[in-house]
Design a protein around this ligand. Structure first.
Ligand code: HEC
Ligand code: HEC
Length: 389
């Protein structure tokens, strides 16, 4: 992938700084400051916050960007495929007009055929392409006989351990609850690799129980993704600096990543768990434990059948049009102050992926609380707005 500038930015923060620019621009123009203050209690609707909403009327305004991310991931395109830079409300690109019809079509399909459940999504047809394929594909691969997959009709189902047992084993494999509780802060230094050959220095500062601040030192300024246990934000230290507060879906994800005691908290975070055979990850056999809770997307945990360690976590961000997956693979577990932590992780989403390799870990060292104070909201737009056509 020879990522252009946009996809480079896109890969950086959780969900990207391209969105950041889009979002702050659209907001500043459409929201008088008084309106947001007086309506603080009732969540704003997309059509109140943005200028030209027709198909997605009625969704909360903070769900619009996740819906857009879902569309872009489903079609395998960037925002620019449908939008003119800095004028997201304009309808002058044909794919945007088509997409609006498609949203209405998708909703009608689900209403008429699936009792209104969101079964069919953009991805059901598009599969990562703007042009869906309607004819079955002839592949180059030899068809696999059913036996090779180990699935003979009538064959006994594998006996799987109970979820509780696997979660207990995971906790003890990382050192146990008592050892974990002794960790109050963690500072990691390393490098981030994307597109195979770009390396960026990174630092991650974590503070118990659930604060996390990660910074990438980019040539153009530091890029920060942070979560303080309540709210999260992304900022880039450019001229002028850019800040975007995280959406609720991003905060839910950040609360998992930021939880220093995650292996010990797991059982109480989800209401029920089920176990399935997991796929092989880097040559290791796994059990898949799926955690579920009311009104929230599930979480998938792939645990090494031998060591018990977490090798992969898949979580989902809800959007009005479908769920966006994020997959984190953990590797290079090493001992640090009596707990086992991954020194390498790869975070992947549809269309982008990066790996962080940690070289140095220090725990129980001071971490300044100032890092977890959200930055002030962006300055109001200048009075002399750029000329509009
Ligand atoms: C396949 C086409 C498509 C792609 C790709 C797409 N959008 Fe959209 N976008 C739309 C449509 C259609 C609407 C209008 C929705 C409606 O009418 O309710 C819209 C509306 C918006 C709006 C509201 C503008 C306003 O003020 O009315 C913003 C902001 C936005 N998109 C941002 C993005 C971002 C950021 C991305 C990339 C992550 C993106 N879009 C990708 C089709 C697209
Ligand atoms: C039931 C299948 C189906 C679903 C669901 C679906 N699409 Fe499509 N979409 C198609 C087909 C088929 C085409 C191609 C039509 C053609 O070739 O004229 C298409 C074309 C498009 C195009 C035009 C591409 C171009 O540039 O020519 C856009 C944009 C688009 N879809 C967006 C979406 C979005 C956004 C969603 C989800 C809200 C969605 N589609 C859901 C089947 C679907």
């Amino acid at each position: 992938m020879n990522g252009n500038r946009l996809s480079f930015w896109f890969s950086l923060g959780a969900c990207g700084l391209a969105v950041l620019f889009a979002f702050t621009g659209a907001r500043a123009q459409s929201t008088p400051p008084q309106a947001s203050a007086s309506n603080a209690a009732a969540p704003k609707l997309a059509e109140q916050e943005f200028k030209n909403i027709q198909a997605l009327k009625g969704i909360p305004s903070d769900q619009l960007i996740p819906a857009m991310q879902f569309i872009a991931a489903s079609l395998g395109v960037e925002c620019e495929y449908c939008h003119v830079a800095r004028a997201f409300d304009k309808d002058d690109k044909k794919p945007k007009v088509t997409a609006r019809k498609m949203i209405a079509m998708m909703m009608a399909i689900n209403k008429e055929n699936f009792e209104g459940h969101r079964v069919v999504t953009c991805y059901s047809c598009h599969r990562g392409s703007a042009a869906p394929v309607g004819i079955p594909i002839i592949t180059d691969e030899e068809p696999k006989p059913a036996a090779a997959e180990g699935k003979q009709p009538g064959e006994e189902k594998p006996v799987l351990p109970a979820a509780d047992q696997l979660l207990d084993k995971y906790l003890s494999s990382v050192g146990g609850a008592a050892a974990l509780q002794k960790i109050t802060t963690r500072v990691e230094k390393g490098s981030l690799t994307m597109f195979g050959d770009r390396h960026v220095p990174v630092e991650v500062f974590a503070k118990a129980p659930d604060k996390r601040y990660s910074v990438m030192h980019l040539p153009g300024g530091d890029s920060v993704t942070a979560y303080n246990g309540k709210v999260g934000w992304q900022s880039i230290n450019s001229q002028p600096p850019r800040v975007r507060m995280s959406t609720p879906a991003e905060n839910a994800a950040a609360s998992i990543d930021a939880d220093i005691y995650f292996p010990a908290h797991l059982k109480s975070l989800y209401e029920k768990f089920q176990v399935q055979p997991g796929e092989k990850i880097s040559g290791r056999d796994t059990y898949l434990v799926i955690g579920e809770r009311e009104g929230q997307p599930p979480i998938k945990l792939y645990l090494d059948t031998e060591s018990g360690l977490l090798l992969r976590l898949v979580r989902y961000a809800e959007s009005p049009l479908g769920r966006l997956p994020t997959q984190v693979d953990y590797a290079d577990y090493r001992d640090a102050n009596g707990v086992k932590i991954p020194f390498r992780w790869t975070l992947a989403r549809p269309g982008n992926r990066f790996t962080i390799q940690v070289d140095d870990v220090q725990q129980n060292v001071p971490v300044d609380d100032a890092k977890f104070v959200p930055p002030p909201p962006p300055a109001p737009p200048p009075q002399t707005a750029p000329a509009k056509p």
